[in-house]
Design a binder for this molecule. Structure first.
Ligand code: NAP
Length: 248
């Protein structure tokens, strides 16, 4: 599809779901992929094994994106060791749902720590390396709910909407350094994050999707791979919706 031979990519939260699919897609195009995880070491190693079994290059790297100094140090060290860092997919994220009156302060703090602060810290570490090379690709994972909202997701939607502001700001801030910054906004994708949703709610959500089905992680990964490619060289500050038409 795209040629990423010789490039180094970091995918935060690459051990499962969309991050796993993105890691595999980037590796399939030739990138050396650093697969980050926080708890799922075995899952991350399984992703690495799947990539290397197909002749690709990958390694697992554990750090909690909510630990900002650890995140920045891990990304800087990996870039130094591999001699470059071309691509960051800031994908690590959590969902904690609840109606407004039931949202706990600790849940708000955790959501913002992982989804917003963790993504910003990852981007800051990557940008430092990319600025020197005067080239780079950063992709943030937003969500359809950032733009359309959803009952029970005010806090989660706030974090995902924040990333759209971060995307547009960094796109302007680093365009002059050859770094493009974009967001992918998935709709309802079948991953561990959405397995807890009841069958009834899933049916209701699927009815809101003109394409009539939930999405696959690979379908989101294809959009991410495009934004990380040379072919996307004139795309920055953009949000690419991968939602089956759920919000247009
Ligand atoms: P998932 O299946 O729950 O996987 C989450 C990934 O993030 C795992 O690899 C997990 O690592 C990692 N992670 C979580 N907290 C972390 C932390 N503090 N530090 C480092 N890694 C961490 O989620 P997903 O559905 O693939 O979602 C991926 C991204 O897409 C998220 O940002 C999510 O908000 C966004 N998104 C998903 C959907 C959807 O329908 N699934 C829709 C819109 C947007 P461990 O394995 O170590 O736990």
């Amino acid at each position: 599809m795209f040629d990423l031979t010789g490039k180094v990519a970091i995918v935060t939260g690459g051990s499962r779901g969309i991050g796993r699919a993105a890691s595999e897609a980037l590796a399939a195009q030739g990138a050396h992929v650093i697969v980050n995880y926080v708890r799922g070491e075995a899952e991350a190693r399984a992703v690495v094994d799947a990539i290397t079994a197909r002749g690709g290059k990958a390694e697992a790297l554990g750090f909690d994106v909510a630990d900002l100094p650890a995140t920045e140090a891990a990304i800087a060290e990996a870039a130094k060791r591999l001699g470059r860092l071309d691509i960051l997919v800031a994908n690590a994220g959590i969902a904690i749902d609840g109606l407004l009156l039931r949202i706990k302060e600790e849940d708000l703090d955790r959501l913002f720590a992982v989804n917003v602060k963790g993504s910003i810290a990852s981007a800051r570490a990557a940008t430092k390396v990319m600025m020197r090379a005067r080239t780079g690709r950063i992709v943030f994972l937003s969500s359809v709910v950032a733009e359309m909202g959803n009952v029970g997701q005010a806090a989660y939607a706030a974090t995902k909407a924040a990333l759209l502001g971060v995307t547009k700001s960094l796109a302007r801030e680093y365009a002059g350094r050859g770094i493009t910054v974009n967001a992918v906004a998935p709709g309802f994708i079948d991953t561990d994050m959405t397995t807890t949703i009841s069958a009834e709610m899933k049916e209701g959500l699927t009815k809101m999707v003109p394409l009539g089905r939930t999405g696959r992680a690979e379908e989101v990964a294809a959009a991410i791979a495009f934004l990380c490619s040379d072919e996307a060289s004139y795309v920055t500050g953009e949000t690419l919706r991968v939602n089956g038409g759920m919000y247009v």
